[in-house]
Structures are given as C-alpha cells and as structure tokens.
Design a protein around this ligand. Structure first.
Ligand code: AMP
Length: 417
C-alpha cells in the first residue's frame, strides 16, 4: 500500500530515495544550475527531521560504464551544504551494505551514479554493431536477469522507498520503478513528485474551463500524441512555433522556407478537422516575423503567417498573433504551455515567447491555473523571470511530455499500484 511522507513514521528507519540530481556541471565539475538538488530538499529534510536516515540515489549524465567524469562525488559537498548535514558517499552503489548499515538517524549517504551499471536501465551494453538478432535477444535477457539482483541489492539497504525523481518517472528503470515492488507497504512519493502529479491532474483531470493549451516548439512529429490527447479536453488550442507552419500549410497557407513536415500534413489536417467537429477553437499564428537566414542578426520583417514570401522563413510570431493569443489566454481558467512560439534562443526572435510567458503570469494573477511543462518552455519562462509568477513549472521534460500525451508513467504507477 502506498504511504504518505507526512504520515509515515520514519523513526529509526532508513529511506532509500530516488532523486534526480542530474545537474549540469562545467569543465571543473562545478554545478552550474542546482535547481534539481534544491527541489529535492523538502523531501530529504523531512525524512531527517522525522528521525529517519537517507540513502540517496540518482543518475548523472549518460555514462555507459563507470566514468569519473560522471561521478556523483562531484556534487556531494553541495548536497551536504543544501541538506545541512555532512553527506557520506558510497563509491559503488552495489557495495554500500556497510555504509548503509552504519547510518544513524539524521545521517545521509549518497550512492554513486546508478548508470554506471547497465542494470539500472536494463539495456545491454557493448554489443557489437553486427550482433545477430539472437545475440541481441540473449544479451537483453541476461541484463534483465541481472537487473533483478541489482534492484534487490539497492532495496536491501533500506526500510522504505521514496520516489522524488519526476524527471525519470517515464522510465521503467531499477531505481525509478522496479525497486518499489520490494516495499509493498513502505513506498511513497516525495513532495516534488507529488507536486508534479497534482499539476498534471489539475490540467488533465480537473481542469477549470475555459482550458487553453499552448503548444509550440519545432516539430509536429514530437507533439502529435500531445495534441491528440489534449484535443478532447481543451476548449482552445494555440499552436505556434516551428510546428505551427505545418498547420498553416495544411490550411492552404504559403509558408516560404519555414520549418515544416510535409509528411505530417494529413495528420495536421485531421487535427484541424477534428477540432472543428468537436467544437474546439484552434488559434494558429496570424502574423510572423520572417528572415532570409536562420540568424539572430538577419534583417527581418513582419508578414501575414499565411503569406510568407518564397525564400523567407518564420522565426517568431508577430505582435498581431501575440495580441490574439493574449485575449484567449486571459480569458482562460486553466492554461498548459509546452514549447516556445519562436526561436527564443535568439534574442531578436524571443519576443513572441516572452509575451506568452507574460500572459501566463497575468492570467495566474487573475486566478487562472497555469502549468508550464516540458523542456524549452520551462527554460524560456525561467530565463525570462516569470517562473515564480505561474502556478507550476515542471521539472521533467520528457516525463511531462509523456504525461500530457496521456501515458501512465512507470515511476508513478509503481508507487501507486
Ligand atoms: P521542442 O523541443 O519541440 O519544444 O522545440 C523547441 C525548439 O523549437 C526551440 O529550440 C526553438 O528554437 C524551436 N523553434 C520554435 N519556433 C521555431 C521556428 N519558427 N523555426 C525554427 N525553430 C523554432
């Protein structure tokens, strides 16, 4: 049975906690953004306050074997500082028995990078490129077998399991999902995970209407499932950014050299037709800032989004689009935003995305529930200084995307089941 961190008795217990400490490091192994560490602190501190001890586990980067470049030892001092207790370090996550057994209430131990082992992901490594299908199947079977022992070992260190790593909740890895089975009555979510789940439920299950989704970014192909899942739920769909041009083309517009995916024109047409059938409003870009070169300093001009001249490409939405979208956003009670509406990394083409961030902040101030979910829109809202002016900013890119595609995330399901 799933427990709750607020009511669980941690006195004298060891909690193994999966966090997402996959933080960016510079060439001297200094942490350049500690957001992920900071966001896990409420959970970790709670366990210590309640008389428990911590065994903290995470991945860092994508090492394919033990590699000092990806060692979590680089972050142990900073984690100690944030937690307020000296955190011990176990240089091998599969040989931490003694260190775990020696933990006293109020103490913490950080395990070395889980991804040093193929068993964490359960995927074979080092297979020859020309391996036969039989060899591949045998390697897969072998790693799945040894994954059981790997998971059991991690579980053996602790009395209870907490998953607070939303960033990896869409992966069925040993530490994110499989381990929960060893704690049938002693498993729970951490506060960060709980916040993310609540945010997802607020938009997908309990949305106040009108509900508007703003979907931008580069490719329709990566957002197709998102659009399909959201369409029946929303009242308004704003489609912007690079992916918007495929929809504009599907409507018969001229898009010049703008980013688009011809092979997805039928799906784009289908989404537009279904929206009409369901009585949902779709708002594409009305006006576009175009250039002749994909370059921040290229001269630009504003044109109607359906009449982009040959040789010019759409880089950002124009003020007329922002104005139209602003009205829709400010008239909504629930707003979900995923994906920038322009090439926001280039300062000259960040205006449209900045306007969306500002609109979301204004809608939030008026009482709307606003969720910013998924990679680049999170970067945009943070970079533009609006992160604390919206209701919730998700920490998980891929995980949030899969959640809004309507998928059951293994890291969540394992604790709930
Ligand atoms: P995604 O990862 O699919 O959310 O896409 C994010 C990327 O979309 C960002 O790197 C943006 O620069 C890019 N993007 C947004 N609008 C455009 C556009 N009009 N043309 C090209 N790329 C764009």
């Amino acid at each position: 049975m799933q427990q709750h961190i607020d009511t669980y008795d941690f006195t004298g217990k060891k909690a193994i906690v999966r966090v997402d400490f996959n933080v960016p490091l510079d060439e001297n192994f200094n942490i350049t953004d500690d957001t992920r560490i900071v966001r896990a602190m409420p959970t970790l501190k709670k366990v210590l306050e309640k008389g428990g001890s911590l065994i903290i586990m995470s991945h860092l980067g994508r090492p394919k074997k033990a590699d000092p470049k990806f060692s979590l030892s680089h972050i142990v001092d900073h984690v100690s500082e944030c937690l307020g207790v000296p955190v011990k370090f176990a240089p091998d996550c599969q040989a931490a028995d003694e260190a775990a057994a020696a933990l006293k209430p109020g103490e913490a131990l950080l395990l070395e990078n889980l991804r040093y082992y193929a068993e964490e992901e359960g995927k074979p490594r080092g297979l020859a490129e020309d391996a036969s299908d039989e060899e591949k199947a045998a390697a897969k079977k072998a790693v799945k077998e040894s994954q059981k022992a790997f998971t059991k070992k991690l579980a053996s260190y602790a009395d209870c399991y907490i998953n607070d790593a939303f960033g990896t909740a869409h992966r069925a890895h040993a530490s994110t999902a499989l381990i929960a089975a060893y704690f049938p009555d002693d498993k729970m979510f951490g506060y960060l995970m709980e916040g993310e789940i609540k945010a997802i439920d607020n938009v997908l299950k309990n949305a106040q209407h009108p509900f508007t989704a703003i979907i931008g970014g580069s490719k329709v192909s990566s957002k197709l499932a998102v659009l399909e899942n959201l369409l029946p739920k929303v009242d308004n769909l704003i489609i912007g950014g690079g992916m918007g041009y495929t929809f504009i083309k599907a409507e018969g517009g001229q898009i010049g050299n703008s980013l688009h995916e011809d092979e997805l024109l039928p799906q784009a047409k289908e989404i537009l037709a279904r929206a009409k059938e369901l009585g949902k409003k779709v708002y594409l870009s009305r006006q576009t800032r175009v250039t002749e070169k994909f370059d921040n300093d290229a001269p630009s001009k504003l044109v109607p989004s359906h009449q982009i001249p040959e040789g010019w490409e759409g880089m950002d939405c124009g003020p007329e689009s922002s104005e139209l979208w602003r009205e829709v956003i400010l008239g909504s009670k629930t707003i979900l935003w995923n994906g920038p509406v322009g090439v926001f990394e280039m300062p000259n083409f960040a205006k449209g995305t900045l306007e969306i961030a500002r609109d979301l902040a204004d809608a939030t101030a008026k009482g709307a529930y606003t969720l910013v979910g998924g990679g680049d829109s999170v970067a945009a809202v943070t970079q533009m200084g609006f992160a604390d002016k919206v209701s919730y900013v998700s920490t998980g890119g891929g995980a949030m995307l899969e959640a809004i595609e309507g998928k059951d995330l293994p890291g969540i399901a394992a604790v709930r089941d």
